[in-house]
Design a protein around this ligand. Structure first.
Ligand code: AQP
Length: 341
């Protein structure tokens, strides 16, 4: 695990009764969970449950900036919850909830908007990308997305945020917003720090862009095995390796990079590529098998959960209820500091 800054972990000498530091992260229900989500973020969500007071959120308000079909949003929210639980989130050790079930997030976002210059938001790389991806739908929510994201994190005063590297600019902006607020109204929020996995950026099947639901270059890890295999077989590999006998370059091959996360033998496999003992198709078949095998138990658990939606809904409701006192306490403090009481 790596962080932008040193994590705010309690020193070993503190009494065991000291409150555990808090971690928060959100994931959009804008499609099904993909390999980039898992390798880049969810693995850390699961790992951090042990040491931290872990809060994870399905950010449906955020998804509204690009998903406008109500039934689809509801379905995807439940699917994302089932996916996260299947991949290892344990409701006994973390709190999982839906963003819109705690409406304090949007109130805090509005208040944080008043300390956030528009120019900070206009320079955000993801805002610029979305302008290209959905030119006919540049809604205001896309611009203020990072302010709502900052509110999501700081309403629980979380110090650590497990995310993929694509979120680095947003996290930096969250820290700037916190500094601006604390300067104007007094020390209220900690500055949140990003924490990354060993795979902070997973490239999509096109081999060029970050794996992303909206780009459609994903490997859908909880899908049926045939689809996973088709997605893996469509992956772009080393574009300079034209003939089967050409030596491969594992350092630039997206498929080879994935081998690092599915088996200890990747150095041998890479040697096979470099000496052209193996070809790209062999490598794809191998990694497809490994991905299917690795995620088979999670897929089984996912299907079980989806057959019992009331169980999923109960976990999400309990999560939102558990957070109510924390969210309300922060809002009371913020309203007081800002002169709203
Ligand atoms: N390709 C990736 N590599 C590493 N980390 C990734 N994450 C997403 N894609 C990759 C991380 O997963 C978490 C949840 O992401 P998200 O689904 O909420 O939003 P996103 O980053 O915008 O993912 P998508 O697939 O690209 O969604 P769309 O297309 O709907 O915008 C985050 O921590 C993210 O960094």
């Amino acid at each position: 695990m790596t962080t932008d800054l040193a994590p705010a972990v309690a020193p070993a000498s503190e009494p065991v009764t000291a409150p555990r530091p808090r971690t928060f992260s959100g994931i959009q229900p804008s499609g099904t969970v993909h390999l980039g989500n898992d390798l880049g973020a969810i693995r850390n969500y699961v790992a951090l449950q042990a040491e931290y007071e872990a809060i994870y959120c399905i950010v449906d308000y955020h998804a509204l900036t690009s998903t406008h079909d109500p039934d689809l949003l509801r379905t995807r929210t439940r699917e994302m919850a089932a996916g996260l639980l299947a991949l290892g989130l344990d409701p006994e050790r973390c709190t999982l909830f839906v963003q819109s079930h705690r409406p304090e997030h949007t109130e805090l976002a509005w208040l944080l908007c008043t300390v956030t210059p528009v120019s900070w938001l206009e320079r955000t790389p993801t805002y610029k990308e979305k302008q290209l991806l959905q030119p006919d739908d540049i809604n205001h929510g896309l611009l203020t997305y990072p302010v709502l994201q900052a509110a999501d994190i700081v309403i629980y005063k979380a110090s650590l945020v497990p995310v993929g590297r694509d979120q680095q600019a947003h996290l930096e902006l969250s820290r700037e917003i916190v500094r601006a607020f604390n300067r104007r109204y007094g020390d209220t929020f900690p500055e949140p720090q990003a924490v990354y996995t060993e795979a902070p950026v997973v490239f999509g099947t096109d081999g060029v862009k970050k794996m992303s639901k909206s780009v459609g270059n994903t490997i859908d890890i909880l899908a049926e095995p045939d689809l996973i295999r088709r997605q893996v077989m469509s992956m772009v590999t080393d574009t300079q390796r034209i003939k089967r006998t050409d030596p491969g370059r594992p350092e630039v091959c997206n498929v080879c990079q994935l081998q690092r996360f599915f088996g200890d033998d990747y150095e041998d496999l890479w040697e096979g590529e470099r000496t052209a003992r193996t070809g790209c198709v062999d490598m794809k078949k191998l990694i497809a098998d490994r991905i299917v095998r690795h995620y088979a138990p999670a897929r089984e658990r996912y299907l079980e959960l989806m057959a019992h939606p009331e169980e999923i809904d109960g976990i999400l409701e309990a999560g939102a209820d558990r957070l109510a006192p924390k969210a309300r306490a922060t809002m009371d403090e913020v309203r007081q500091r800002m002169g709203l009481r």
